[in-house]
Design a protein around this ligand. Structure first.
Ligand code: HEM
Length: 366
């Protein structure tokens, strides 16, 4: 009995001490990330000109198919580290994108918003949120300003954003959804020092999925998410593993993809791609609404790392450009060549069998 009491007398203080130490440690990490008020951080991003008017900012004409007579699956990345102000864009689609986001995150919360329930993920979300707000205030000072109380105010939507340390991570993601046009993913490992472990998708906002269900990738490794992608195992897996291990916070790697879609939806949980075993039905020219329902879909994906949590980040901006506009830009022949240049497996994945002939007919007619 006496032995039991003395054991409790020793063990209990030890357990309490351990708890306190763990709490102090986590608090230290947390404060390291959020204790510097935004207004006291050094400026690193060049402001866009005072005459910038978001309503007049045409979407960037990104045309990744140009000069690609032969399509090759590869990393296809270039570094924007010299122009960090090129990260998140505000263009004339701003309010429309945010409106669509609001409706899809309300209607499909499980598919569009994800936060892994772990302290490391919560810290990474807070760090990412602060990084984005700092960027928006520096890059677009006419639209994003820090208030006296240290909040950020969005002058386009007349809303004030919450403070990271006081807010639930899921609400932070929803707040970002209402303030930037880019979707984003936060990738982490369980054991960051293990080079063989894959990064997993630990938090994300996917308001504009291009024909896949984002919830199938939640908390899943990168190779699982890319399993439907042709040639992933042979051409991408190894390079991507090395790339994500070496990614640094000073980097800003950019890649673009392109596809064709014959509907207007930015939010698409299925139908843009074909997967093994599926049959692709050829569309007739008359089946497609070339005036308002046929688009070049481009994603501008940017990859970087958060310095404190060491989480990897990918932001994804989606552009839908009417095929009519591609024609007006005089790019019909280049797009037809690129469509013909898709290898069979990629052509199947992008469903060329459905839209290919009709789209080429449209592009080639006067
Ligand atoms: C350097 C980094 C990356 C490369 C080179 C890459 C490459 C690709 C390629 C080639 C495709 C096929 C469509 C296309 O882009 O043409 C694809 C699709 C996709 N990627 Fe990535 N990717 C990268 C990073 C990521 C990351 C970090 C995620 C999220 C964790 C991601 C999620 C997806 C998804 C969800 C698809 C669609 C899969 C489907 O059709 O079901 N990618 N990726």
């Amino acid at each position: 009995m006496i032995a039991m009491e003395s054991l409790t007398g020793i063990l209990l203080p030890c357990i309490i001490a351990l708890y306190v130490a763990a709490w102090l440690y986590l608090r230290k990490i947390f404060l390291n990330q959020t204790s510097v008020p935004l207004q006291n951080e050094p400026t690193t991003i060049e402001a866009i000109g005072e005459d910038f008017d978001w309503e007049k900012a045409e979407p960037r004409p990104i045309r990744p198919f140009k000069g690609k007579k032969i399509y090759k699956i590869n990393m296809g990345i270039s570094n924007l580290a010299q122009t960090p102000e090129d990260w998140l864009l505000i263009e004339n689609s701003y309010l429309k994108s945010i409106e669509i986001r609001k409706s899809v995150t309300t209607e499909f919360p499980k598919n569009t918003v994800y936060v892994h329930n772990s302290p490391e993920t919560h810290l990474a979300v807070r760090e990412f949120y602060d990084k984005v707000l700092k960027y928006m205030c520096e890059r677009y000072p006419q639209y994003f300003a820090i208030t006296e109380k240290g909040h950020v105010h969005n002058k386009i939507t007349s809303t004030t954003l919450p403070i990271a340390s006081e807010t639930d991570p899921r609400d932070l993601i929803l707040s970002l959804a209402a303030n930037i046009e880019e979707d984003f993913l936060i990738l982490m490992k369980d054991n960051p020092s293990d080079p063989d472990e894959e990064y997993k998708s630990r938090a994300s906002l996917t308001g504009f999925p291009a024909g896949f269900d984002p919830s199938e990738g939640h908390n899943k490794p990168i190779s699982f998410i890319h399993s439907p992608v042709p040639q992933y195992e042979s051409k991408l897996k190894l390079s991507m593993g090395k790339f994500f291990n070496r990614l640094e916070s000073k980097d800003l790697w950019c890649r673009h993809n392109w596809s064709i879609q014959t509907h207007k939806a930015r939010f698409s949980l299925a139908n843009n791609h074909a997967y093994e075993g599926q049959k692709v039905e050829q569309l007739k020219y008359e089946d497609i609404d070339f005036e308002e329902g046929a688009f070049l879909r481009v994603e501008r994906q940017i990859l970087t790392r958060l310095p404190h949590s060491r989480a990897n980040i990918m932001t994804v901006r989606t552009f839908l450009t009417p095929l009519k506009q591609i024609k007006e830009e005089g790019l019909s022949n280049e797009l037809c060549d690129a469509i013909d240049g898709l290898p069979d497996d990629v052509a199947f994945y992008k469903k060329r069998g459905a839209w290919g002939e009709a789209v080429k007919q449209y592009l080639r007619e006067p």
